[in-house]
Structures are given as C-alpha cells and as structure tokens.
Design a protein around this ligand. Structure first.
Ligand code: MF3
Ligand code: CO
Ligand code: CO
Length: 325
C-alpha cells in the first residue's frame, strides 16, 4: 500500500502544490521506536482484572448508573482530567513519549490509581498494551505506544489518559502542540475540539444517541476534514469499555434514546486527509492510510435530567488544554 504521495503528486494538505514543494521535508512519517521495560505497580493499588497478565472480565453492566457509582465516577474522572492537564505541560520539543508515559504512570500511582491502558489485552494474538498512556503523534490516529522518539518542533501529539480508582474508570484525551505548529495542524486540532463540544451539546436525555455522531460529522466535513469510522466512543463505568457504542458519524440504526444516568465517552478522531486506517505490525498503532495528520479529543460524560455533565473536567477548568485553542 502506498503510504505517502509520490514527490510529484499533490500534497495531502490541499494546498494544490506538489508534495515535494509542500509537506515532504517537514513531515516525515512517525516510525516505531524502542519501548522501555514495563513499569511496576505496587500491591497496595486496586487493579482491574487485566493487570498482571489477567483477562478483561465482561458482564452486563447497567447503562444507567446508580447515584453511588456516579459519585465514584465523578471523583475518578476528575483525577484523570487533572493528570491529563499536567501531562500536557510536558509536551515540549526533545521530550520523549516514554518520559511522558513514566510521568503518567507515577502520577497515577501518586493518586492511588491504576493506569488502565497498562497490560490491556489486545485482540487476536496481539500482545497486551505495554504502557500506561497512549501517545499518538501526527498521523497516528490512536493507541500509539510511548517509545524513545523525542517530540519535534511542529508535532501534534494526543495523550489519552485512563485511570482506574474506586472501582471505576475515567477516560479523557487531548491533542497538544509541540513548539510552533503549522496552520493546517492548528486548524485541524481546533476543529476536532469543536467536534467534541458539538457532540457533547447533542447528548441530551430523550434524544437519540446518533445525534452525537451527526453533529460531529457535520462539524468536521463542512471544514473539509474526515471522521474516523473504525474507532468509537464507548460506555464506561466499572468496565473500561461496555457494549454501548458511540459512532462519531451519523449511523441511522444507533437510535437508542439517551437516558439520565448513562455514562459514556465521546472521542472523535478527525483527519486532514483520508479517514481510512492502517495498523502497524505492533497491532496497536493506528495511522491514517495516507499519512495525513489527525487529531482527537475525548471526554467522559454523564447524561443528566436536563442535559449532561462533563465528568472529565479538571479541578481548574481553565487548565483543560482546549481552553487556550
Ligand atoms: N483510552 C482509549 C479509549 O479511549 C483506550 C486505550 S486502550 C489501550 O478508549 F490499550 F490502547 F490502552
Ligand atoms: Co475512550
Ligand atoms: Co481514551
């Protein structure tokens, strides 16, 4: 499969220029680096079933959570959001994604919580996720594995933090600028933030679930961007991923009605070019088929009687990374 345009073909960015005259020099594709040894988690920390080589346990978790579960989710989600805001300050040129992962790991332990991605089982013979954080740089859509690649001036990097504490998960991510970023990548990132917020606006009790994807898709496509189909938002609570799926494009059959007490993520992945996915041989790293850049933002939300509540709001809301976009 061709990954990048040939030198004389049009650049993927829509400038109308030849690739060699446009993004060829500045945007080398991301390559897999070296992954450091697994970091330990002390016995005093409550672990999900997959820690230490275990399996994902699945059961019929009610979509509508009890007030008691919701209270625990509020606390865990806030810890995830505060961790993400802190990690965002580390996204500087020269810092490796492995260093950011180690900071995430240590921050989770300091907060008496388990980093949910660590040892999360892969499907179909894929080794468990080896790190505590997903770091997805430039054309990496999601599930990038932290390694020894230093962040470069002009990169965009998504950090996806999930924390397990008090028996529940809190899942949130954001895309950060590394140094000076080109206009297209900035616009892509701002539009992706807007897509998430429009999706959240559409998440109201009594409304069909697919209104969320409809709002996101129209926000992205009117700006000329693509919506990734292969990864979706998900129900969350005592399980990291429940059966509830939240498509980020309009899916006519996903018309279940939203009810107060439901908790799920919205996490649109938006692309500057093709929304089709190619998987690295590590079985995790998902990149755009044409190596165009991609951005993502994620919140865990709760449907309330009169709208919704963003559970992954940090203690200081103005510390959320999209505040300044
Ligand atoms: N946090 C991701 C999500 O939003 C899932 C990461 S699973 C991992 O659903 F194994 F890749 F870490
Ligand atoms: Co998620
Ligand atoms: Co996530």
């Amino acid at each position: 499969m061709r990954v990048l345009p040939k030198a004389n073909e049009l650049c993927w960015c829509g400038s109308g220029k030849k690739y060699k005259r446009c993004h060829k020099e500045t945007m080398e594709p991301v390559h897999a680096g070296r992954v450091s040894p697994r970091l330990p988690v002390p016995d005093t920390i409550d672990k999900p079933t997959w820690a230490d080589g275990g399996r994902i346990e699945r059961w019929d978790e009610p979509r509508v959570k009890s007030p008691e579960v919701i209270e625990r989710m509020r606390r865990t989600c806030r810890e995830a959001a505060d961790t993400l805001a802190f990690l965002g300050t580390l996204c500087q040129p020269g810092v490796t994604t492995d260093e950011i992962d180690r900071a995430c790991h240590n921050e989770c332990l300091r907060r008496n919580s388990y980093p949910s991605p660590l040892e999360y089982p892969g499907g179909g013979g894929v080794a468990p996720f080896p790190k505590s954080l997903c770091t997805s740089v430039n054309e990496v859509i999601c599930h990038g594995i932290p390694d020894d690649r230093p962040l470069a001036d002009g990169d965009i990097v998504n950090l996806d933090v999930t924390l397990f504490k008090e028996g529940v998960h809190g899942d949130t991510n954001a895309t950060f600028f590394v140094g000076e970023v080109d206009d297209l990548s900035r616009r892509l990132t701002v539009v992706t933030r807007d897509c998430l917020l429009r999706g959240i606006d559409a998440a109201k009790p009594g409304r069909p679930l697919n209104e969320i994807g409809r709002a996101i898709q129209s926000c992205a496509e009117t700006q000329g961007f693509g919506v990734v189909r292969d990864f979706v938002g998900h129900g969350i609570g005592e399980q990291f991923h429940t059966e509830l799926q939240v498509c980020h494009y309009y899916h006519p059959r996903l018309n279940d009605v939203l009810e107060p007490g439901m908790t799920f993520t919205i996490e649109p992945m938006i692309t500057a070019g093709s929304w089709r996915v190619r998987l690295w041989t590590d079985g995790w790293t998902a990149v755009t088929a044409d190596s165009s850049r991609t951005a993502q933002f994620e919140h865990t939300i709760l449907i309330t009687d009169d709208g919704n509540e963003i559970l992954t709001t940090p203690t200081d809301p103005s510390s959320h990374p999209y505040w300044s976009l």
